[in-house]
Design a protein around this ligand. Structure first.
Ligand SMILES: NC(=O)c1ccc[n+]([C@@H]2O[C@H](COP(=O)([O-])OP(=O)(O)OC[C@H]3O[C@@H](n4cnc5c(N)ncnc54)[C@H](O)[C@@H]3O)[C@@H](O)[C@H]2O)c1
Length: 255
């Protein structure tokens, strides 16, 4: 393939979790913009309508799917629906995640359970359900949205940091298991981006100053910075990239 045709996703079918807003929305739009058909999913009751319209505006086919990733039945049903309507599943972006910042002195067993249920276990079972089809096809791309918080400590969120760190080694392990089937498994580790997840904390001038000081580039990332990394990892051209975590952090973790 000529370089001018690289990073196209024509004919591919992608499933994005937590796609109603923020990074999931930007990733869905980017995958659609490169030619993929995109199943945009979020918890039942959380509308993916805006994302679906933005994907369709890229000229891509789009499917809206209810999927709470902590519910095994919903995972099976969502993957089955994508297979029934699209006939294949090539790309999964495990983007859905939560962060309820609580300090090391205050975290409870419930804090651990809720973060790991969504950020680690939920993503794992979506990947597993998709991988059965990807392995049968002999081609697949699984992309987890980890975080820079999985690579370094960020005060006030030890449980979130642990869950994002767990993703980084989960990705290595699944990559080793599935590589010979043509399925790659990678993570993206973004720095802070203003979304519903972070807006309130970033409005605090002290916290914002702390964040900007950590980023040699001196600015927050944008959802599109992460979406572009996802397009690369989803592409044919990233076939030799597996088990890795791609930092999109303006240099925070490079100090
Ligand atoms: N915003 C940042 O600064 C930042 C930085 C690094 C990593 N991340 C990660 O990026 C991902 C997206 O974050 P965002 O900033 O767009 O947050 P967001 O809160 O705007 O979006 C998260 C989405 O996940 C969905 N979700 C939550 N629980 C779910 C569940 N059980 N099942 C299905 N969907 C569920 C929410 O409904 C929401 O639409 C998360 O994994 C987050 O940890 C965000």
């Amino acid at each position: 393939m000529q370089p001018k045709d690289w990073f196209r996703l024509d004919g591919r079918v992608a499933l994005v979790t937590g796609a109603a807003t923020g990074l999931g929305q930007a990733i869905s739009v980017a995958l659609g913009g490169r030619g993929a058909r995109v199943a945009v999913s979020d918890k039942p009751g959380v509308s993916t309508q805006q994302t679906a319209s933005l994907v369709a505006a890229q000229g891509a086919e789009v499917l809206a799917v209810d999927l709470d990733i902590t519910d095994q039945q919903q995972i099976s049903a969502a993957v089955a629906r994508v297979m029934a309507e699209c006939g294949r599943l090539d790309i999964v972006v495990n983007n859905a995640g939560i962060n309820r910042p609580v300090s090391g002195l205050e975290a409870t067993p419930e804090t651990w359970d809720e973060h790991f249920a969504v950020n680690v276990k939920g993503g794992f079972f979506v990947a597993q359900a998709a991988a059965h089809h990807m392995i049968a096809q002999g081609w697949g791309r699984v992309i987890f949205i980890s975080s820079q918080s999985g690579l370094v400590g960020v005060p006030g969120q030890p449980v979130y940091c642990s869950s994002k760190g767990a993703i980084i080694n989960l990705v290595r392990t699944l990559a080793v298991e599935w590589a010979r089937h043509g399925v790659t498994v990678n993570a993206i580790a973004p720095t802070f981006i203003e979304t519903n997840l972070t807006r309130k904390r970033l409005e605090n001038p002290e916290f914002r100053e702390y964040v900007l000081k950590q980023i040699p580039g001196g600015k927050l990332a944008q959802p599109e910075d992460v979406a572009a990394a996802a397009v690369f990892l989803a592409s044919d051209q990233a076939g030799m990239v597996t088990g890795t975590t791609l930092s999109v952090d303006g240099g925070w973790t490079a100090w």
